[in-house]
Design a protein around this ligand. Structure first.
Ligand code: G
Ligand code: G
Ligand code: NA
Ligand code: MN
Length: 250
């Protein structure tokens, strides 16, 4: 299809850019980092929503080179930020099916000079759906690089409990569908509490995404979500500008 074809040239034409959404501490509201979210400005169609082109890119395999671009661009920009800010990058399950993901990440880190401990990779349950030795090995190698692995959209997959047990994650992010109604609906509040409890029982910090109201913030903070993300604190937008620090050029 046309979109499919255009996508193969979008990197070279500079049509992709990264929007950044803040992650904040639920108590202090201090920004702890940003999640990079891919945007495509199509020359004729305008902004193509990621929900539309990412699944397509996953089908065609274009996500491999697009994902590599995302990692390099996110690391490049984050390397110019203050050292205490982390960067979260979404990695598709398809990127785990080819053998060079670890090299791609290592390469993005070395080109940018970004401290690996500042990089978080967000993966979904689809990555770990099949108990696959090569996925386990890849996750281990990534963690050996010093990057952390975040289970994204947690609670929406099929095998949540067993996944948490078999894989070493550093953090889980509760899907925003569970947050959306917690200020109105006691049952979704109970589900949210159960998910957070599950994470904590495995010593994993839990992030709540999709926080849009003060009431939602209050409730997730009460349950012990240390980090939060959502429109209450900021929508995904152009790269944050920080005062440029002097870099000694020799
Ligand atoms: O950006 P938005 O909030 O509309 O994201 C829609 C979906 O696209 C989300 O599921 C998000 O995880 C996914 N997405 C956004 N950017 C990237 C990216 O760089 N890589 C991958 N694999 N998914 C992304
Ligand atoms: O799947 P992932 O969690 O990566 O998706 C992030 C998506 O969530 C992006 O499309 C982003 O725009 C969206 N998002 C982030 N914060 C909020 C929020 O507070 N409310 C809603 N409705 N969507 C949000
Ligand atoms: Na994400
Ligand atoms: Mn998510």
């Amino acid at each position: 299809r046309e979109l499919e074809h255009d996508m193969t040239q979008a990197i070279a034409r500079g049509e992709f850019w990264l929007a950044y959404q803040p992650l904040v501490n639920s108590q202090s509201r201090a920004v702890t980092g940003y999640e990079a979210l891919l945007r495509w400005d199509h020359p004729r169609l305008g902004a193509v929503p990621p929900d539309r082109f990412i699944p397509l890119a996953e089908e065609t395999g274009a996500i491999i080179s697009i994902g590599e671009w995302v990692l390099q661009e996110a690391c490049r920009q984050a390397a110019t930020w203050p050292d205490d800010l982390r960067i979260a990058v979404n990695v598709s399950a398809v990127q785990f099916w080819v053998p060079n993901l670890v090299d791609t990440v290592r390469n993005a880190l070395s080109i940018s000079g970004l401290d690996p401990h500042r990089l978080e990779l967000e993966i979904t349950e689809s990555v770990v759906m099949r108990d696959n030795d090569s996925v386990v090995a890849t996750l281990d190698e990534l963690r050996e690089l010093g990057v952390s692995i975040v289970m994204d959209d947690f609670g929406t997959g099929f095998s949540s409990l067993s996944n948490l047990k078999s894989y070493a994650f550093d953090k889980i992010k509760i899907d925003r569908s569970f947050i959306a109604t917690i200020d109105r609906d006691t049952s979704s509040r109970a589900i949210m509490r159960a998910i957070v409890g599950l994470g904590h029982s495995m010593n994993l910090p839990v992030v709540a995404e999709g926080v849009e109201t003060e009431e939602q913030l209050h409730l997730v903070a009460l349950e012990g979500c240390v980090q939060v993300q959502g429109y209450l604190f900021g929508r995904p937008s152009v790269a944050p500008a920080f005062e440029t620090r002097q870099v000694s050029a020799i």
